[in-house]
Design a protein around this ligand. Sequence first.
Ligand code: 13P
Ligand code: SF4
Length: 319
Amino acid sequence: EEARAALRARILRLLAERRAVLVAHYYTDGELQSLAEETGGCVADSLEMARFGTESDAETLVVCGVRFMGETAKILNPEKRVLMPDLRATCSLDEGCPADQFSAFCDAHPDHTVVVYANTSAAVKARADWVVTSSIALPVVEHLTARGEKILWAPDRHLGRYIERMTGAEMLLWNGACVVHEEFKSFALERVRRLHPDAAVLVHPEAPAEVVDQADVVGSTTQLIRAVVELPHPKFIVATDAGILWKMRQVAPDKTLIPAPTAGAGATCESCAHCPWMAMNALQNLEQVLLTGDQEIQIDPAIRERALIPIRRMLDFAR
Ligand code: 13P
Ligand code: SF4
């Protein structure tokens, strides 16, 4: 305990010395989230993280999350230093969509508008017309469909199918998935729902369709947190990374939160769904990166300039 308090105090000092601010995702460790809040940083979903970075006057952004979040921050703020506790924190969606193969897919369908999920590399974004996060994917695709555009979507096929179903758009889909959300099993969720008939079911749209079908609310991490506050239900079954429970408990301490079961017979442990890459962010390596300044995001300027266009388009649309 004492050692942790000392570590926190050293980090606070380093943040001030370096004029650095923490930009954390809801899936990271609760200690990081509370530190980000206390020090004027942000804890947010991926769209709000991107926006926060552009509005901050800090010299250094320390992005606690996964690599695409750090890259987006750098693309939007080339004059700022962007550090991450561990640059190896990737995402299965990003890994499953290599830029060269994606580019060939786009070349094969030149008459399609290319819409990519934020969970992609800078090089993939550089090939896109639009970037979207889960919080804004539906209105963007509705807007494009109303203009009669044909859409090519990558990389998450579950989110892609969900968007198709909700908007009526017909999209060409890349075959990617999130290894964390794919683990939610519909049969096990049905069992937990029977045990808790008074619970509302909250699902992130990266989950498979049979899980999304059981949801009362489908949305981005911020949207799911809002639902816990706004819905009258006393209980919530939460089908997304268990890191989100920290914020849900903070904003709705009187509600009962039940992590949705992953593979297995109705198990409901908190460690069931946790992104291994989000888990690479900790106080220890945060201190290290503030001391050494290594783990800095660097992006090829040509890719950065090109990737900025669809990211800006998203932020402008979201306003
Ligand atoms: P959000 O944009 O909803 O925060 O999602 C990011 C993510 O990686 C979900 O797995
Ligand atoms: Fe990527 Fe899934 Fe981890 Fe989100 S939870 S960062 S989509 S692997």
